[in-house]
Design a protein around this ligand. Structure first.
Ligand code: GDP
Length: 364
């Protein structure tokens, strides 16, 4: 599955947010055996109202949302790349993530110490980014030195790696993160395999005080401006509120949200923003037993999408029977959609669309 790493300076609200994410009723609604995999790793249900609609139409006994993994990564402080704080363990944790949710303290609260002694989320973002850039430079130099020995043989993979690492290093030396490098379609896989910390997409999470949860504050506005300049995304959230909501039953939570002037839980927005950031989309499988959502990356063809369910589905893929979500709802189910001529049979080169209701036929 897809992993989102929660990073930030100490005392900005990472753990509060992580606990809210993984303890919320929604996170535990689906009976997946592992909600909290490790103390700092949790699986979260991706909220999607379409799934309930489909289940109601098909009379599905069970609803199984798709999941995303969040990792609470502590230990990032100024000097972290030189082994301050928790040393290098957290760098390995970040490396394994597909994207980064960077929590920034935008709340004032005299009782809670800020490690840098002042509230300045833009400066904090730079502090963390600098540490990640230094860590990337160090690891690139180490890898280039190792590659130098292999290059004599001149195999293509090593040459490619060497070239991409040098491109990244040039950007970093110019003070820019690795994500500022544009790579070709052909290079994109090798580029991802480099797992550079600053090549991962970033979502800034502005943690504001309770009273500002609906509209943010002047600090979160500064972050939004910075994010815009970087082409990054921003979400405004109050970790404290989310923590409270996570302990409420669904109806109570809804009333509480309304009182706070919020339309939906910040966590739902956060999860969806992460989904967006990672270029993910959802398709559905629907039947009397269960209605289930599956995550794929945009642009995936039907066989790869089938492979998310099971490897054999991809290997033995024959065809996909498809109904678009809107057609399924308009037809009040499969037979209605069929009568309306909205039932399609698609082959190996079909690019799955967000919301497709799919049934795969495969041999094996
Ligand atoms: P971490 O070190 O980044 O994981 O930070 P924590 O989640 O442990 O939070 C540090 C302290 O800040 C805790 O005492 C939290 O209760 C408090 N805190 C977190 N979010 C908020 C918030 O939105 N408002 C206020 N006032 N305090 C918060």
């Amino acid at each position: 599955g897809f992993r989102m790493g929660i990073v930030g300076l100490p005392n900005v609200g990472k753990s509060t947010l992580f606990n809210a994410l993984t303890r919320t009723a929604a996170a535990q609604a689906a009976n997946f055996p592992f909600c909290t995999i490790e103390p700092n790793v949790g699986e979260v249900a991706v909220p999607d109202a379409r799934l309930e609609t489909l289940a109601a139409i098909a009379g599905s006994k069970q609803i199984i949302p798709t999941r995303m993994t969040f990792v609470d990564i502590a230990g990032l402080v100024r000097g972290a790349s030189k082994g301050e704080g928790l040393g290098n363990q957290f760098l390995a944790n970040i490396r394994e993530c597909d994207a980064i949710a960077h929590v920034l303290r935008c709340f004032e609260d005299g009782d809670i110490t800020h490690v840098e002694g002042r509230i300045d989320p833009v400066a904090d973002a730079e502090t963390i980014e600098t540490e990640l850039m230094l860590a990337d430079m160090e690891s690139i130099e180490r890898r280039l030195a190792n590659l130098a020995r292999k290059l004599k043989g001149g195999d293509k993979d090593s040459l490619d790696q060497d070239r991409l690492l040098r491109q990244a290093l040039a950007a970093l030396e110019a003070g820019k993160p690795a994500r500022s490098v544009t790579v070709s379609e052909d290079d994109s896989r090798n580029w991802r395999l480099l797992q550079l910390l600053t090549s991962k997409p970033v979502l800034y999470v502005c943690n504001v005080e309770e009273s500002c949860a609906a509209n943010g504050n002047s600090q979160s506005a500064r972050v939004a401006e910075m994010a815009k300049a970087q082409g990054a995304a921003t979400v405004v959230i109050s970790a404290r509120i989310e923590e409270e909501i996570s302990q409420l039953a669904a109806e109570e939570a809804e009333m509480f949200l309304e009182e706070m002037g919020l339309h939906e839980a910040g966590l739902d927005r956060l999860i969806r923003a992460g989904y967006e950031l990672l270029g993910l989309q959802t398709y559905f499988t629907v039947g009397p037993k269960e209605a289930r959502a599956w995550t794929i990356t945009k642009g995936m063809m039907a066989p790869q999408a089938a492979g998310v369910i099971h490897g054999d589905f991809e290997k033995g893929f024959i065809r996909a029977e498809t109904i678009a979500y809107d057609d399924y709802v308009a037809g009040k189910g499969e037979s209605g959609a069929k009568e309306a001529g909205k039932f399609r049979v698609e082959g190996k080169t079909y690019e799955v669309k967000d919301g497709d209701v799919l049934h795969f036929l495969f041999s094996g």
